[in-house]
Design a binder for this molecule. Structure first.
Ligand code: SAH
Length: 344
């Protein structure tokens, strides 16, 4: 047994340089050991349950210009759309019939104004009081997050993207800052949201130390959720020629994050399923416990192109759900239909 992995399993903490060493020590054997330990800590909490969230991509209009992202405002080739509140409610109604009890509304920044977001959240809560609503709409002033929370939103996903300031600057335009991203995350937590952070694996400028900083941040911040997936190039962005992140490194990090925080909600992401046809299954086996099938109208799925070759852009929502249920069953897991809150 690797010493650092053993320590993480027992104490759920390592120093920054130990995280870095662990990341550098990745081998197929270590990957296997990490996955087994992750399974050992997850099993008493979540068993073989996989939580499911219906993802609605509400629009790709964005005022931000993140250099890696296909819906950045400078991308003239991005075919912009905004779903109407009624279209979003219809997607969620369909999702409810399919058994979803959590809806994630994600979009570019500027896809919807604050008043419309709040009205939508209230309408959704009125229609489905037994469902959790997760928002993933980027950076807002604290008072707007408070309004979303007061309207009834339960959770918020805002990936920190990287906890290394120089990599953060390398990935973002000058008007965006690591400080503000962090301020948003702390505000969300203080307001009372269940909060998710996260990062891309293999993003341009990533070093083992940068990854270690993300792990240390997760250990300190204790998020309820953490979204990680491979960076995947989008051809019309400045990083369009940069190679995609590696499946194995994502899997290793999923196991490590499970060991840092055994009860964390950890999705096996669509991006992981995009770089590897069995990526989501492998993600679950490495320690993830959430999947997020797409509920967006088929007509807009190709337009929400954060990266190239995104999977599931042709399927209907029911197909996505059924396909994922089958995939989970095949590896001995089952999708459960309740809100899927974190177990504390
Ligand atoms: N605008 C919102 C939500 C949409 S972007 C926000 O910033 O939070 C959602 C996530 O997609 C980002 O946090 C980023 O980590 C991921 N993403 C963007 N471009 C990507 C790419 N090229 N490859 C992989 N993931 C990407």
């Amino acid at each position: 047994m690797n010493k650092l992995l053993g320590q993480l399993f027992e104490r759920h903490t390592l120093s920054l340089s130990e995280y870095e060493q662990l990341i550098l020590a990745q081998t197929p054997t270590l990957l296997e050991q990490a996955a087994q330990l992750a399974e050992t800590v997850r099993a008493p909490i979540y068993g073989k349950d996989v939580y499911v969230r219906g993802l609605v991509e509400i629009g790709n209009v964005c005022r931000n210009d993140c250099l890696y992202c296909g819906i950045r405002r400078s991308n003239q080739k991005c075919d912009r759309y905004r779903l109407s509140p009624q279209e979003i409610l219809d997607c969620c109604d369909e999702g409810y019939t399919l058994g979803f009890r959590t809806f994630v509304l994600q979009g570019g920044e500027g896809a919807m104004d604050i008043e419309t977001v709040c009205q939508l959240v209230r309408a959704l809560k009125a229609a489905h009081p037994d469902c959790a609503i997760t928002l993933s709409l980027g950076e807002w002033p604290r008072h707007d997050y408070q309004k979303m929370f007061d309207a009834g939103a339960d959770r918020y996903l805002l990936r920190h993207e990287t906890a290394d300031i120089s990599q953060y600057c390398f990935l973002h335009p000058r008007e965006m800052s690591y400080r503000n991203r962090m301020r948003c995350l702390f505000n969300l937590k203080e307001i009372g949201f269940q909060v998710g952070c996260g990062f891309m694996v293999g993003a341009p400028g990533q070093t083992p130390l940068a990854l270690a900083k993300s792990l240390k941040f997760i250990e300190k911040f204790q998020p309820d959720m953490c979204g990680i997936g491979p960076f995947i190039p989008q051809k019309d962005t400045p990083f369009g020629a940069h190679p995609a992140g590696q499946t194995e490194q994502v899997l290793f990090l999923l196991s490590i994050i499970r060991l840092i925080q055994p009860n964390i909600l950890l999705p096996a992401t669509t991006a992981l399923g995009t770089v590897d046809p069995s990526g989501r299954e492998r993600g679950i086996l490495a320690g993830a416990n959430v999947v997020m099938p797409n509920l967006s109208p088929t007509a807009v799925r190709k337009k929400y192109a954060l990266y190239d070759n995104k999977i599931c852009t042709e399927d209907e929502s029911a197909q996505c759900r059924d396909c994922l249920s089958r995939r989970m069953k095949r590896i001995g897991f089952s999708i459960v239909t309740h809100r899927g809150d974190i177990k504390k």
